[in-house]
Design a protein around this ligand. Structure first.
Ligand SMILES: Cc1cc2nc3c(=O)[nH]c(=O)nc-3n(C[C@H](O)[C@H](O)[C@H](O)COP(=O)(O)OP(=O)(O)OC[C@H]3O[C@@H](n4cnc5c(N)ncnc54)[C@H](O)[C@@H]3O)c2cc1C
Length: 389
C-alpha cells in the first residue's frame, strides 16, 4: 500500500487548480443567484479550456489520440474540480476507458470521440421510479423489430438532459437481459414528464423522461445482445472513485475557507481561531480530508499497479463511502464555524452542505457501498478487501 505523486501528476494538479480557482470560483455566486446559470460565453470558455488542456482525453487510449493518464493523475485532476460549487466543475464531457471496450468502432467514432471534442454531450438514463439501488428491477423495455428496437418506459433523475444532445438509456431486452443504447434526446416518442427542483442550484437539471415507442436503430445498441454489461463494474469503480476525488476537493476548499474566516473573525476580543472548540472542528476536518485522500489516491494507484479488480471494487466503494460522509461532516463543521453567515446562500459552506449531500446517494447510496464492502469481506477476507496483501 503506497503511492507517490509523480511530477506529471503534480503539474496537472497545479494547472487545473489554477483554472478552477481563477475561472470557476468567481462565478459561483452569480450561478447560485441565477438558478445555476452562468453566461453562455463563460460556459464555452470553460469547455474550451478542458478540451485544449486534454482533460477530455485523460481516459482515452493513446491509439485513438488520447492521453491515457494514470488513474492517480486523473483523480488528482478531478479532485480540483470538486473545489467549486454549483456544478461549475462539470464543464467538460467525461469519456471513460470502459466506453472503448463497450462501444464498437462506429459508435466510438460517432459518439465517444465527439464527446472529447465537445460535439456530443451525453446524459445517462438508468434509474426509474421503482428501480434505483436495484437496477435489475428496471421496467423499461427494448423490443427488437428488424433493424431497430422500440423502447418504452420512464426514467428518473436524468442529470444534464437539458444540456445534452444524446442519452445513454438502459432497457431490458425480450430475453430479460439488460442493454444500453445511444438515443438522441429529442427522438420522436421521448418526452419530458417534469423537471423537479433539487436541493442544489445547478444549471444541470434532472428531469423525468418518458419513452413511448422510441425507435432506436440496432447500430445504436451498445454491445452485442446477450453480451451482458460486464463493463458496468468498471463504470461504477470509476464513478465512485471520482466522487471521492471531488469530495476531497470540496473538503480542501471548505477547510481553507473556514480557517481563513476563523483567523479573522473576532468574537469577545479574540479571533475565533484561538478558541479550542473551533480548533477541534478544524482539526477533525483535516483528519477527515487526509484519510479520504489517502483512501482515494491509494485505490487509484492500485488500479494503476494492476491489483485484482474484484477486490478493487470494494476499495472504490470504501473511498466513496468514506469521502462522501467525511465531506458532509466537514461542510457541516464549516457552516458552524461561519456562524450565521454559514447559513446564507452566498456562503460557500452553505452551498457545499446542500450539494455534498447527494454524494451519499448517487452512484450507489452509502448503504449499497457498505453492502459491497461487507460482501467482499465475507468472500475474499479482510486483507484482500483492504488491499493489504
Ligand atoms: C441529483 C440526482 C441526480 C441523479 N442523476 C442520475 C442520472 O443521471 N442517471 C440515473 O440513471 N440516475 C441518477 N440518479 C439516481 C441515483 O443513482 C439514485 O437515486 C440512487 O441510486 C438511489 O436510488 P433510489 O433513489 O431509487 O433509492 P432507493 O433504491 O429507493 O433507496 C431508498 C433507501 O433504501 C436504501 N436501500 C436500498 N436497498 C437497500 C439494501 N439492500 N439494504 C439497505 N438499504 C437499502 C437506500 O440506501 C436508500 O437509503 C440521480 C439521483 C439524484 C438525487
Amino acid at each position: 500500500m503506497s503511492y507517490e505523486l509523480p511530477a506529471e501528476t503534480l503539474q496537472w494538479r497545479r494547472k487545473v487548480r489554477a483554472f478552477v480557482d481563477s475561472e470557476l470560483q468567481p462565478l459561483e455566486l452569480q450561478a447560485e443567484m441565477n438558478e445555476g446559470r452562468i453566461p453562455a460565453e463563460a460556459r464555452k470558455r470553460h469547455e474550451k479550456f478542458a478540451i485544449d488542456a486534454g482533460i477530455t482525453l485523460m481516459d482515452t487510449p493513446k491509439s485513438l489520440g488520447g492521453l491515457a493518464l494514470p488513474l492517480l493523475t486523473q483523480v488528482a485532476i478531478v479532485e480540483q474540480f470538486g473545489r467549486v460549487t454549483n456544478a461549475l466543475g462539470w464543464c467538460y464531457g467525461e469519456v471513460q476507458s470502459w466506453m472503448f471496450e463497450a462501444c464498437n468502432a462506429d459508435q466510438v467514432k460517432r459518439y465517444v470521440l465527439p464527446t472529447t471534442r465537445g460535439e456530443v454531450h451525453l446524459c445517462y438514463a438508468i434509474t426509474e421510479e421503482d428501480a434505483g439501488s436495484d437496477p435489475g428491477a428496471i421496467k423499461t423495455t427494448a423490443i427488437r423489430h428488424g433493424g431497430h428496437y422500440l423502447v418504452n418506459g420512464e426514467k428518473w433523475h436524468v442529470t444534464s438532459y437539458n444540456l445534452a444532445n444524446t442519452m445513454v438509456v438502459q432497457a431490458k431486452l425480450q430475453s430479460g437481459e439488460h442493454c444500453l443504447f445511444f438515443c438522441p434526446i429529442n427522438a420522436p416518442g421521448v418526452r419530458v414528464v417534469r423537471t423537479p427542483l433539487y436541493a442544489h442550484t445547478y444549471d444541470h437539471h434532472h428531469p423525468i423522461i418518458s419513452f413511448t415507442n422510441v425507435k432506436i436503430p440496432v447500430a445504436d445498441r451498445i454491445g452485442e445482445e446477450g453480451a451482458g454489461m460486464d463493463f458496468a463494474h468498471a463504470w461504477f469503480r470509476r464513478e465512485r472513485l471520482m466522487i471521492a476525488a471531488r469530495c476531497c476537493g470540496a473538503m480542501a476548499r471548505l477547510i481553507e475557507e473556514a480557517t481563513r474566516f476563523a483567523q479573522t473573525r473576532v468574537v469577545s476580543g479574540e479571533a475565533i481561531a484561538s478558541y479550542q472548540l473551533i480548533q477541534a472542528m478544524l482539526a477533525d476536518s483535516v483528519v477527515d480530508l487526509q484519510a479520504a485522500r489517502l483512501m482515494t489516491y491509494e485505490a487509484a494507484a492500485a488500479h494503476d499497479r494492476g491489483d485484482d479488480l474484484k477486490a478493487l471494487h470494494a476499495r472504490c466503494s470504501m473511498a466513496k463511502l468514506f469521502a462522501s460522509e467525511a465531506a458532509f461532516r466537514v461542510a457541516d463543521r464549516a457552516v458552524q464555524i461561519f456562524g450565521g453567515r454559514g447559513y446564507m446562500r452566498e456562503n460557500v459552506a452553505e452551498r457545499f452542505l446542500r450539494e455534498i449531500r447527494v454524494d451519499r446517494i448517487w452512484e450507489g447510496t452509502s448503504e449499497i457501498q457498505r453492502l459491497i464492502i461487507a460482501r467482499s469481506l465475507l468472500k475474499r477476507g479482510l486483507e484482500a478487501t483492504a488491499g493489504n496483501n
